[in-house]
Write a new protein. Structure first.
Length: 181
């Protein structure tokens, strides 16, 4: 297991929770993105496509087991989460081109809230801004979203969520939890 070291000498990991997308969805989204003929930004590798639930940032590696234990006790939705990525948006402040849903399922918002609440006692802060589910297509993107020849319409049927480590441009799954109990 590779770990980065903080200036203090303590090992840490860059962590986030996300809904993964299937290999078939990755291929379909990547193919659709090619049709956009992007002239700005750096395309996100399709193997990194996901929908972030909660970004934790740099976390002491010794905290990972406690994070997983806190999440083990979460109440989960009664059914897999289903959402439709049907909006192509540019996020100027983040410099990102993203796919996002026009409507966010209540169960998805509840899951994100529950994750935040479960981790508050461990010193993680509540997110200051409203949760916006999205799948990042390109980073360092500038300008308006390009015209799409075909409107985006990607259904994500998430049956589990995953704790990932971001390391050297790749996302490594550390643990996963089913969305139904």
């Amino acid at each position: 297991m590779v770990q980065d070291i903080r200036p203090s000498g303590a090992p840490f990991k860059r962590l986030f929770f996300a809904l993964p997308v299937t290999d078939a969805q990755r291929r379909a989204i990547a193919q659709w993105r090619r049709g956009l003929s992007l002239r700005s930004g750096k395309p996100v590798p399709s193997e990194n496509f996901h929908l972030t639930l909660l970004f934790l940032g740099d976390v002491d590696a010794a905290q990972v087991p406690a994070i997983c234990a806190a999440v083990d006790n979460l109440a989960r939705p009664d059914a897999p989460l289903r959402l439709l990525l049907d909006q192509l948006k540019a996020w100027p402040r983040a410099g990102a081109l993203v796919l996002e849903p026009q409507e966010t399922p209540v169960a998805l918002r509840q899951l994100v809230y529950d994750l935040q609440q479960a981790l508050l006692p461990m010193g993680f802060e509540e997110q200051a801004r409203e949760y916006r589910p999205h799948l990042t297509l390109s980073r360092d993107f500038r300008g308006q979203p390009p015209e799409a020849g075909v409107a985006p319409e990607f259904f994500v049927n998430a049956r589990h969520f995953t704790l990932y480590e971001s390391r050297k441009g790749r996302y490594w799954p550390l643990a996963e939890w089913p969305l139904t109990q």
